[in-house]
Design a protein around this ligand. Structure first.
Ligand code: ZN
Ligand code: ZN
Length: 387
């Protein structure tokens, strides 16, 4: 059980840290100020600090007793390329950058847990506090894994959390198995023969070919994928042509593909490539198709979900816990960590009204400071129950 007097005493610093991070948002792999602030605080609390993993990543290591057990708790530190529209006194001081996903809150909650556990040392084993860069767009977790996260800091399980607008503050949720989809990104360049819009027979038209292809790709979802599986192909950009009476020589298009099941992911990639090449060839064009698997699906492991449930029950009580959170086709780079280590990713309600209920990545969103103690308590309870 967390000591409520200590938690209460730590709360003002927790709120101040969260708002300070909010005022100075930094994006992928450029979280230098944030990283320095995190490392300095961890050192001040008495943890062993490892800097420089994935550039700006910071690992705080806290050992106690002689227990062999080790777990990792992860927070993301990065912000988004977005202009904040709020009148908050701690609004973003960095034009074009904003903490619109609440990673300022995630970082503050984990710092709070590190401070509490370093002070009380009421566990037996090792806790690694992972502060990672570049969750948004650039999959910083993948870079940490590639730079030897799990070899340098061996752990039996890893845990993550995300604030959840639309779920009441004070509630938590989790689901077993796949909870977030993979996020793959593709781009295609079609090259034909440019010509006069009045003489299409003398050209090889990439625009008409793209129209066929975009429609055909949707049959991968509707005709090639088992209807009981989930898959998404979204073409989100198409660029070609500059004037009304010229058939352009080239056209580019790009977008994103999502799935939970790696076999479906394989099907999406191979099916899209085959259709791009064959449909382009059928129209007398060349296709150059790139497909990047940037985020793996986030798949919770049953045992660790059960462990997280124990800690969540203690934190918010049965009436405030949802154990049936539905998976979403959104993505999270925590999937890279779960691809190497057992673990669970849970959500914590950010509220349902105003800036707290506002969707993530919206310029009016704000992390709810009222849930700082909830997240911090969850981390502490998790350590208590596991170590
Ligand atoms: Zn986000
Ligand atoms: Zn996020």
């Amino acid at each position: 059980m967390i000591r409520s007097d200590l938690l209460k005493a730590m709360l003002p610093e927790l709120i101040a840290t969260r708002r300070d991070l909010h005022a100075y948002p930094e994006t992928a792999f450029e979280e230098h100020r944030t990283s320095r602030l995190v490392a300095e605080k961890l050192e001040e609390y008495g943890l062993t600090v490892h800097r420089g993993l994935a550039g700006t990543g910071v690992i705080g290591e806290l050992r106690n007793g002689d227990g062999e057990g080790a777990i990792g708790l992860r927070a993301d530190m990065d912000a988004l390329d977005l202009d904040e529209s709020s009148a908050l006194e701690y609004r973003s001081q960095h034009p074009g950058k904003m903490h619109a996903c609440g990673h300022d809150g995630h970082t503050a909650m984990l710092l709070g847990a590190a401070r509490y556990l370093a002070l009380t040392r009421d566990f037996d084993g090792t806790v690694y506090f992972l502060f990672q860069p570049a969750e948004e767009n650039m999959a910083g977790a993948r870079v940490m894994v590639e730079e030897g996260l799990f070899e340098r800091f061996p752990m039996q399980a890893i845990f993550g959390l995300h604030n959840w607008p639309g779920l009441e503050a004070g509630k938590m949720g989790v689901g077993k198995g796949p909870i977030m989809a993979c996020a793959d990104f593709f781009d295609l360049e079609l090259t034909g023969v440019g010509g006069h819009g009045a003489y299409p027979h003398k050209a090889r038209d990439p625009i008409l070919t793209a129209a066929h292809l975009i429609t055909a790709w949707q049959t991968i979802v509707s005709r090639h994928t088992d209807p009981l599986e989930s898959a998404v192909i979204s073409v989100t950009q198409i660029h070609g042509g500059r004037t009304s009476n010229v058939i352009p020589e080239t056209l580019t298009l790009s977008g994103t593909a999502r799935a939970f099941n790696p076999e479906i992911q394989d099907l999406l990639e191979s099916g899209m490539r085959q259709m791009a090449e064959c449909i382009a060839a059928a129209h007398g064009l060349n296709a150059r198709f790139n497909y990047e698997r940037r985020y793996l699906a986030t798949v919770n492991t049953d045992r660790e979900v059960d462990m997280a449930i124990v800690a969540m029950l203690e934190t918010v009580g049965e009436a405030n816990l949802r154990t049936d959170m539905e998976p979403t086709m959104g993505a999270e780079d925590f999937g890279w960590l779960l691809s190497e280590c057992s673990g669970a990713y849970v959500v914590i309600g950010n509220g349902i009204e105003g800036s707290h209920g506002c969707a993530l990545h919206n310029p009016r969103y704000d992390f709810n400071d009222d849930i700082l103690p909830v997240g911090m308590t969850y981390w502490v309870n998790l350590v208590h129950s596991l170590l």
